[in-house]
Design a binder for this molecule. Sequence first.
Ligand code: C2O
Ligand code: CU
Length: 484
Amino acid sequence: MLTRRAVLTAAAGGLAAPALLSLSRADTAKPLPEAPPRVGASATHEVTLEAKARSVELFGADGPKSTLWTYGDELFPILRARRGDRLRATLRNSLAEHTSIHWHGVRVPNAMDGVQYVTQQPVEPGNSFVYDFPLPDTGTFFFHPHCNETGQVGHGLVGVLIVEGDESRPFDDELVLIAKDWRLDADGSFLPFTTDSGAARAGTFGTVRTVNGQRSLTRKVPASADIRLRLLNLDSTRMMDVGVEGAEAHIIAIDGNPLPALPLCSWRLGAASRVDLVLRTPKAGGKVLIRDYFPAEIFDLAELEVEGPDRQAGGFDPAPLYAARLPEADLSAAERQAYVFGAASDSIASFVDTLDPNDPLSKVILDELCTAERTFWAINKRSWPNDGHRKLPPPLARLQAGKSYRFMLQNATPHPHPIHLHGHTFKVLSSSRRNLPVHYADTVLVLPKERIEIAFVATPGRWMFHCHILEHLETGMMGYFANT
Ligand code: C2O
Ligand code: CU
């Protein structure tokens, strides 16, 4: 096991990004405490999210203007609620094309999942839709459209949802870091969000990296303080190896799900993944860097400048988060299924009409917005149909609600795929290539030639299952489960 310093030195010395991505679990990892019962009534948070185009100077007054699409007047709005609260969000569509909102990672009732044609009709220009659901879990979540994802997310249509109530003792400060690249030309106009060469490989990368919409991010933080970082990779494509320099840091949650604190070497975040860290800042005058070691040249996600009096006396021993309250899969009784993520094969890319003709969804015409004209990818040799297919394809499987499943996810391509299952939080049991901690997640990165096993308890409804490199889902690497 390399020490953090060794990893950092290797990276700083211009060697390849650290190959060691695993974490050492402290032998003494204590189980997380249970949250005490909630006191006081739960609240309903009413919010209007207007999807609209706005001309924005993305990088300050001297930068070029770009026409972004945002929810309201702010880039990346952050909604906050507490576990047990309700969210009542009205999507108002002021765009020129239809849209919807998917609440990524939130265990919503199926009708609130925001997938056009699968769980709801598209919200047409000028129309509204109300998403109204309880928030069963704490964590760092986000939301985004589920049609023309490269275009709509590419223009900036994404927001953050934080569900509080997991801190057994409040941290001294909190920072939310939203990493997202932009496909911008020098004049501020957008370059094509998707290219054949990108879609058929690791994805089309942005030309400008930002954190919270800024090219470089500096923040003042208190001294000798325990700071919580909520780091979200909301890029359509990018993979990051996140590390912290200048402070000791622990991972305390993955995709919002608490785990016993793990010392951070570097943690690999695929598109759509989130990680919560806690770090102890040094004395006033010190500096902490939050870095991405993945690219050839290290990218600094944020620079923290330490100031003011000490907040904590004594060593770094951050308060644990409260344990997640998730249905626990019964591993011995679970049904095993295998899913292979591979290239499209035309032999099986066409679908037979196996749908019940009385099912209204089978009459839906998949429109061009939701799919690309080309197909490169498949799950178990089946590709999500492009616009030549006029019906919802049959599900990948029909799972039984309440039953436990163990899925083996296998990557048969030379590119990494961050695989996301809607509506469920699964347990990542093992990797064939990496020493991963057992943890809960809603999106798991499957590296080339890697096999990852996950387990979960199925819930009723139609739930999407796809790669979160947006060009991959638009070119075939998407399916769904029809659970009863
Ligand atoms: Cu964030 Cu269907 O995904
Ligand atoms: Cu992929």
